[in-house]
Structure formats: C-alpha cells, structure tokens
Design a protein around this ligand. Structure first.
Ligand code: AP5
Ligand code: MG
Ligand code: ZN
Length: 216
C-alpha cells in the first residue's frame, strides 16, 4: 500500500506516519527529514536547500522530486511507502503520478490531517525529538513518560529543529496555504482523499486514520 500523509506544518504528519509505518510494515519517506539530513551532511543538495529550509520556504520541485524518485526504488519500500510532506505543489503531485505509473504502482490514499492555523504554532514551538531514535515529543501534548528520557530507546539526548520558531512557522504556513493547499482540489476528484480532524488528540487522530483506511 502506498499513502500520502498531507497537512500543514505541525498537523501531525510525522507523528501519524511513524505509527502507521510501524503498524503496517511500510517505510516512512519524509522529504523534510531527507532534506534536513542533506543540510546536516553538507551535501550539494544540502547546500542548495539550506536557506529555503531555514526561512520556511519550499525547496525547488526538481530537487525534491529527484530525492523521492531515487528513494522509492530501494528494497525496503517493497511493501509500500508513506510519503510524509510530499507532494507539496501541483508539479510534485503530477511528478508523483508519472513516477508511480512508470513503476506500475498505485497511490491508495491521501490522508489529509486538517488543523486550523491557530493550533499549529503551539504544536511546533513545543516540539522536540529524540536525538537517537527520532521519536517525536511535545512539551504539553506528548511529554516522555519519564521526564528527559525517551520512551522508545531510553536516550536522554533531544533535539529541536532550527525552523521551529514562531517567525519561520508563520512563513511555512503561508507557503502551505499558497502552494500546497491547492492539492486538496487536485486529489479530491480522485476519490482517494481521506480527511481526518487533526485538532483531536494524537490517539483519536490515529483511530480516525485507521478507520479511514480500514477497507484498504
Ligand atoms: P517538514 O519537515 O515536512 O515540516 P512541515 O511540513 O512544516 O511539518 P512538520 O514536520 O513541522 O509537522 P508535522 O505535520 O510532521 O507534525 P509533527 O507530527 O511533528 O518540512 C520542513 C521544510 O523542508 C519545509 O519548510 C521545506 O523547506 C522543506 N520541504 C520538505 N518537504 C518539501 C517538499 N515536498 N517540497 C519542498 N520543500 C519541502 O507534530 C508536531 C508537534 O505536535 C509534535 O511535537 C507532536 O508531538 C505534536 N502533535 C502531533 N499530533 C498532535 C495532536 N493530535 N495533538 C497534540 N499534539 C500533537
Ligand atoms: Mg514532520
Ligand atoms: Zn529515542
């Protein structure tokens, strides 16, 4: 099964994609994670996207499309993949359609996690991530069971993203509304769009997604 998890910054794409990937044996492909890794490793791609990422703008379509098309061929994706944060423009969605067709694969569903802007800034500014295993947390909504210790792996090292400040979040939201939200129309006509209420807590959103995908 191949899925897209779609929604604004802080909607819970990464949180839900990670759980879904584990439950269904799929691989989570987050373009944000891939691009941050490229920036950290100072690769050619990393150097080209660093400024856009730090300022909350979208990176060039051709770079992101190339990253995804190289990645979907790797053997760990044999059961299927969950695209987290891709596509984000109509050009990316068209490239994804062409890519899947070329490989004889289908897109089974686009899960839209819908959340109003006023909730999103607080979600993002309270976020932190385990430096060892990547598990995501939130100061208020999802603190580790033991303060300062990762539930999953026991690490005590956590990181925060450089783009997780209020000013950049607002720019990311603007980019979402102008460039990414038009994809709702793009996918609505296909019958594959499954919209869930992302303002609920993490467990309720997870349940809504399971229900939306239950026939698949
Ligand atoms: P990316 O990394 O994809 O960031 P984003 O879209 O801004 O989304 P986030 O990762 O911030 O949020 P999320 O929806 O994953 O939420 P999370 O689950 O962490 O992209 C970063 C940058 O990379 C872009 O700005 C762009 O520059 C570039 N880029 C990436 N993809 C690109 C593409 N395709 N094209 C061009 N450029 C691209 O949850 C957030 C917090 O809330 C966490 O703390 C979590 O614990 C908590 N939380 C989650 N769900 C809930 C809930 N239901 N209730 C309460 N708290 C919750
Ligand atoms: Mg994310
Ligand atoms: Zn961990």
């Amino acid at each position: 099964m191949n899925l897209v998890v779609f929604g604004p910054p802080g909607a819970g794409k990464g949180t839900q994609a990670r759980m879904l990937a584990e439950a269904r044996g799929l691989v989570q492909l987050s373009t944000g994670d891939m691009l941050r890794a490229a920036v950290a490793a100072e690769t050619d791609i990393g150097k080209q996207v660093k400024e856009a990422m730090e300022t909350g703008q979208l990176c060039p379509d051709e770079i992101v499309i190339r990253l995804i098309s190289d990645r979907v061929d790797e053997p760990d994706g044999a059961n299927g993949f969950i695209l987290d944060g891709f596509p984000r423009t109509v050009a990316q969605a068209e490239a994804l359609d062409a890519l899947l067709k070329d490989k004889n694969k289908d897109l089974d569903a686009v899960v839209e996690i819908k959340v109003d802007d006023d909730l999103l800034v607080g979600r993002i500014t309270g976020r932190f991530t385990c430096a060892n295993c990547g598990e995501g947390y939130h100061e208020t909504f999802r603190p580790p069971k033991r303060p300062g210790v990762c539930d999953k792996c026991g690490s005590t090292e956590f990181t925060r993203r450089e783009d997780d400040n209020e000013e950049t979040v607002r720019r990311r939201l603007t980019a979402y509304h102008s460039e990414t939200e038009p994809l709702v129309d793009y996918y609505s006509g296909t019958g594959r769009m499954k919209t869930v209420d992302g303002a609920q807590d993490i467990a309720s959103v997870k349940e809504q997604i399971e229900e939306a995908l239950s026939g698949l």
